[in-house]
Design a protein around this ligand. Sequence first.
Ligand SMILES: C[S@@+](CC[C@H](N)C(=O)[O-])C[C@H]1O[C@@H](n2cnc3c(N)ncnc32)[C@H](O)[C@@H]1O
Length: 396
Amino acid sequence: MMNEVIIEKLDHYGKGIARIDGMPVFVDGALTGEIVKIEKTVEKKKFCEAKTVDIITKSDSRVEPICPYYNECGGCNIMHMSYPQQLIFKENKVREVLNKFSDFDNVKSIIGTDDLYYRNKITLKVDKKIGYYKSKSYDIVPIDKCFIADDRINSVIEKLHQIDLGNTKEIVIRATHNELMLVFDGNIRADMCLFDGVDTIISNGIILKGKGYIMEKINDFKYVISPTSFFQVNTNGMINLYNQVLKYANLKGDENLLDLYCGTGTIGIYLSKYCHKVFGIEINKEAIKDALLNKEINNLNNIDFEAGDVKDVLAKNNFEPDIIVVDPPRAGLDKKVIEEIIDLNPSKLIYVSCDVVTLARDLNILKEKFNIIECTPVDMFPNTYHVESVVALERK
Ligand SMILES: C[S@@+](CC[C@H](N)C(=O)[O-])C[C@H]1O[C@@H](n2cnc3c(N)ncnc32)[C@H](O)[C@@H]1O
């Protein structure tokens, strides 16, 4: 059955919120102020989910999505919203959550990006078709192009459609400013996939072409990107993010800096030029191997890394940091890690977060010992509801 509803506002996932007889309905593909016809997709006791089937009154912020797969593919969720409005949506989301859950309101303007074709990495699923999973499903939406990816990545997708992919289930394509990497999880005959313009090709762990990794250069530093290592998927966004961390760190040159959840050491390396010593901790051993390689190729002698769970490494380490930078996964900081940070008593703490709800929860505890100075949201993922936040805290 179809209903006609007015969208009151958006939730934090970019879904429109409407009401039918008082019951909240979360509507995909609708914008604030719009009157839309909807079809319910999920009905629960206390709420419903629905999709937009017709737009009766259009918002000024509505744009035609540039991607023909948008309605089926699970990758993007707010592509029907103009980019300026996406930035307002994300900034307001950070503001609302921090205000509501941490009683904090000094949120600055969001840092956006000029590059909407930003993805330097895509993971294609293969099962007769090549594409992305549909939203909340393992069905594949076949694609010829990902409309938020680097053009060089898209030129490889076209070629993949023409070869026998054998037992491959997943294909990763990664790009840096100068190089391309193609990784198959299955066995591909070398003569089939030695595409021109792809610098390194790996099939089922075996290097068929190139060095088996690619390199990115950002400002003065080079970074190794191997098939499994974590590297931010938006390189320009990453530079904006790290520059904001650098700004909040306001380094004088004599500080010891702790980089927690350091991945391949990218933040610590970026800041190492401006401080005395850096120590990075990361649970993924492969990432730490890359971090050590990054240290070597950049000839750095004031940075070290250790593989392990942050809470265990901190418990036995005697590094005395002046500044701590944390960049945890969505789950945020473990309570024990917060206690350890408080015990280490740094003069500054910079919290980089990809989930504003867990950020707000952690700030609520941290604010007993730290003043929360300022937060700047950074948009790393245009066309999705995701937003990064950088928060500066100072010891009380
Ligand atoms: C958001 S990423 C940040 C990576 C890095 N700072 C960057 O900018 O590329 C979070 C990292 O935390 C690591 N991680 C997750 N749980 C951890 C834990 N308990 N202890 C240490 N590292 C952890 C993940 O492996 C991942 O590399």
